[in-house]
Design a protein around this ligand. Structure first.
Ligand code: AMP
Ligand code: ZN
Length: 481
């Protein structure tokens, strides 16, 4: 089994991936702060780490996958005040939203989705240890981590201590011993959720939860810690400092993996820049599988731009893959009726399937190079399109189809459901698409001639059949609800 090479942010180099414990991979990915609808940039992070997990499982590893919900922090509190609801109610709403998106993006459910508020005892215990070991201090109920006391601070982000000082001075906090110190526990403010602690009532700082939940579910050190590049500093830098200071370990994590940003016009998509599309909007407008495919069309560490052209390309790519699958299924049903003799095409297609798998693995072994891996799938698609009509053996066709299904499955595209519903399924899906597109044309015609009753009737009747129509600036789109 060829090794996977992963780029480790900690060493800034590609390393052979060797799990700490045999065949078991323990993986923690920073999850969403559940105060609002995630944007499609957040969804990139979710999809990227799901593909990494899928590939590791494909390689034969047993993966325990933890991703948390940050359900208490400043953003949660501010939004709950704005909306006039409890923080817990806000969290429940956006956890449900996350789980819906996760399903639509075909993410494998996490082994566990722990929440910060479920781990207060562990968090308090860690903060106590940090103080006891001389790395933390309490000022009137606020507890800080003393950065200069932790010698290797900055090891992950490689930001020199002096730069840290000038950054930190921007937001002066009189209570801190050093401007670089960060908060571990915040004293209660009136009207905010709080928990009893040795320092009085309060709540944890954001970084504390991931250290604690990583340790609780995976134990230190664990294999992979993931998140977006914006988390390298300060979030992950602080996680390392906390975990090492509290538990006396050298490092809590073997491989640090960080995804690049989803951008719009080269700017990072973010809530604060207000340049975002929510995952919900995007999933409502486009085929879910095409969205998933789009999110892994770039190598995960590189920026990925979000625009109509990129989405259209993903739609076309998906269509080409599905058409190739239909071509194979069509040929298999013909062979079942008429039978045929094997020819040179059989040997060529068998060879192409084998090579596609090998070349796909080569790309994925190289730090999960999904664009390269996708290119290998398209090499197989081209061979399928050229050879299938001349292939005489159904087994060769089934193998090519199985390889394609398995490889696109690692990217998160699920062609298997269609395959399981039998050979006619591809044709039936094509016919359904043709019929719905035709009805939408009729509806557009009705709207143009101002026959709105007819237009609404078409939309409503399709709605009753579970076909949802959305009017976008590029015209109507539809999906099965
Ligand atoms: P948050 O809910 O802000 O904590 O973000 C959830 C995940 O999305 C984190 O891993 C972030 O690093 C990641 N993330 C945030 N913005 C982007 C972006 N524009 N592109 C890719 N990942 C992002
Ligand atoms: Zn985290």
């Amino acid at each position: 089994m060829k090794m996977v090479n992963v780029y480790n942010t900690r060493t800034r180099s590609k390393e052979e991936f060797v799990p700490i414990e045999g065949n078991n991979v323990r993986m923690y990915v920073c999850g969403p702060t559940v105060y609002d609808y995630p944007h499609i940039g957040n969804a990139r992070s979710f999809a990227v780490f799901d593909t990494i997990r899928r590939y590791l499982e494909y390689k034969g590893y047993r993966v325990v996958y933890i991703t948390n919900f940050t359900d208490i922090d400043d953003k949660m509190i501010n939004r709950s005040k704005e909306d006039g609801i409890e923080v817990s109610e806000l969290a429940a709403k956006f956890i449900t939203e996350y789980l819906t998106i996760a399903k639509q993006l075909n993410l494998i459910p996490a082994t566990i989705n722990p929440r910060a508020t479920e781990h207060m005892d562990d968090i308090i215990e860690m903060v106590e240890l940090i103080i006891k070991n001389g790395y933390g201090y309490d000022v009137d109920g606020d507890v800080y981590f003393n950065v200069p006391s932790f010698e290797t601070y900055g090891g992950l982000s490689r930001i020199p201590m002096d730069d840290l000082s000038s950054r930190a001075r921007v937001e002066v906090d009189e209570k801190k011993k050093d401007p670089r110190d960060f908060i571990l526990w915040k004293a209660e403010k009136p009207g905010e959720p709080s928990w009893e602690s040795p320092w009085g009532k309060g709540r944890p700082g954001w970084h504390a939860e991931c250290s604690v939940m990583g340790k609780h579910y995976l134990g230190f050190p664990f294999d992979i810690h993931g998140g977006g590049q914006d988390l390298i500093f300060p979030h992950h830098e602080n996680e390392i400092a906390q975990s090492a200071a509290a538990y006396g370990i050298e490092t809590p994590v073997k491989y640090w993996l960080h995804n690049g940003f989803l951008t719009i016009d080269s700017d990072k998509m973010s809530k604060s820049e207000k340049n975002f599309s929510t995952a919900r909007e995007v999933l409502d407008n486009y085929d879910h599988q095409a969205v998933r495919l789009y999110l892994v069309t770039g190598q995960y560490r590189q920026p990925l731009d979000y625009n109509d052209k990129a989405m259209k390309q993903a739609i076309q790519s998906l269509e080409r893959i599905k058409n190739a699958a239909d071509t194979i299924r069509g040929r298999i049903s013909i062979l079942e009726k008429i039978g045929s003799r094997e020819s040179d095409a059989d040997r060529k297609l068998a060879e192409a399937s084998k090579k596609a798998r090998e070349d796909f693995e080569k790309e994925m072994d190289d730090d999960f190079n999904t664009p390269g891996a996708l290119a290998e799938i398209f090499t197989l698609v081209r061979e399928i399109n050229t050879l299938t009509k001349d292939v005489g053996g159904a087994a060769v066709l089934r193998e090519a189809l199985a390889v394609m299904i398995e490889l696109v499955g690692i990217l998160g595209v699920n062609l298997a459901d269609e395959a399981q519903t039998g050979e006619g399924a591809g044709q039936a899906a094509k016919a359904l698409k043709g019929i719905v597109d035709f009805l939408l044309e009729l509806r557009e015609g009705a709207r143009k001639s101002k026959d709105f009753a007819k237009a609404d009737q078409i939309r409503d009747r399709l709605g009753e059949l579970g076909i949802e129509i959305a009017d976008t600036k590029d015209g109507p789109t539809w999906k099965m609800s």
